[in-house]
Design a protein around this ligand. Structure first.
Ligand code: UFG
Length: 328
């Protein structure tokens, strides 16, 4: 049984709340800090201690650190929509870089020097080769990726002040576990949108671009089940507590096109629905597939769930949500 106390910033979000549940199962003491702007209070496990606050609220953050003996921080807080970042770059830089720097300053003030940071495949931009390895060129094509890359650099610079970090570059998180599913507002992610279409909540699903240089002309992504991602955080956390640092891709190494995802949803759900071909979405690279080799080798992690399981777990969760909503 482990006894470390972990502060999970952004722990009421989709990946954060799954990771909180998984860490609690493993015996960690968990403190969740979340503004609930994008997170949901219902997703926070009752066994976690919860503070409601923004990352910009230094007084509240200092209160959290002064009231608790924290061993390490996992930082999930941040804006995540690549498309939105192209419209509101200042908001992205302010939150994903500026406010995260405040968090680091307060951590160091309270002698907490270990952090796992949620980074992204978007730091690579349009990769020159796939699968992508960690030392490949990083040239983001949206401000979201830019902010995450910039904060990775901040973390590297802060080593001279004693900070130790692991940056996890997620590929496309999807699926549902622990009765928690993907719940963004507004929803922009492919899998929940296709599932909502299969449920009849939307008239059609739009494919953003069919003229990419890929197997069927649609974008290819590496979908990783959210519970595999939660496990990846626990392994990285153990590693960090034992002195490992660095940046790691967290993906499966397998890519699926938008059309393949839609076909999988049709097959798994047994539902047919309308597809519309639409313009490309700004800021979308054609292919993002991870080489997860470094993470495999360092931490012995292997993703256990494939696209079928991602889709079927998301399908059951969305169906249950709809049934519960209808009963209300
Ligand atoms: N797509 C559609 N139609 C839709 C929604 C999405 O065709 O209605 C396409 C997108 O153009 C893209 C693919 O489906 O090609 C996946 O799009 P998502 O919005 O689901 O995910 P992204 O790849 O844009 O981004 C996600 C996360 C980021 C993370 C990135 C890493 O939102 O935070 O994965 O690969 F950085």
């Amino acid at each position: 049984m482990v006894h470390e106390t972990i502060l999970v910033v952004g722990g009421a979000g989709y990946i954060g709340s799954h990771t909180v549940k998984y860490l609690l199962e493993k015996g960690y003491n968990i403190i969740v800090y979340d503004s609930l702007v994008n997170g949901h209070e219902e997703l926070i496990d009752q066994s976690a201690k919860f503070y409601k606050g923004c990352l910009s609220d230094e007084i509240m953050l200092e209160k959290v650190f002064s009231e608790n003996k924290i061993d390490a921080v996992i930082d999930f807080a941040g804006f995540i929509e690549a498309g939105e970042s192209m419209k509101r770059p200042l908001m992205f830089f302010e939150n994903n870089v500026g406010n995260c720097i405040k968090l680091l300053r307060i951590m160091l003030k309270f002698n907490v020097n270990k952090i796992i940071f949620s980074s992204t495949a978007a730091v690579y931009g349009v990769p020159k080769k796939v699968p992508i390895t960690e030392d490949d060129e990083k040239k983001p094509i949206n401000y979201y990726g830019e902010t995450k890359l910039m904060f990775e650099q901040v973390l590297n610079a802060a080593r001279t002040e004693g900070l130790k970090s692991i940056k996890l570059r997620y590929f496309n998180a999807a699926g549902a576990w622990y009765n928690i599913g993907e719940w963004h507002n507004p929803e922009t992610h492919l899998i929940p949108l296709v599932i909502n279409t299969a449920l009849g909540l939307r008239e059609s699903i739009k494919i953003f671009g069919v003229d990419y240089d890929t197997k069927d002309g649609t974008c290819v992504r590496d979908y990783v089940h959210v519970v595999d991602l939660a496990k990846a955080h626990e392994l990285a956390l153990r590693g960090l507590l034992n002195g490992i640092e660095g940046e790691f891709n967290v993906g499966t190494g397998k890519g699926y096109s938008v059309k393949e995802v839609i076909d999988t949803v049709k097959r798994v759900t047994g539902k047919d629905f309308k597809i519309e071909i639409s313009e490309r979405r700004e800021g979308d690279p054609a292919i993002l597939v991870a080489s997860p080799e470094k993470f495999f080798k360092t931490f012995g992690w292997m993703p256990e769930k494939d696209l079928n399981e991602i889709v079927s777990s998301a399908w059951s969760w969305h169906k249950t949500q709809l049934e519960t909503f209808k009963k209300k």
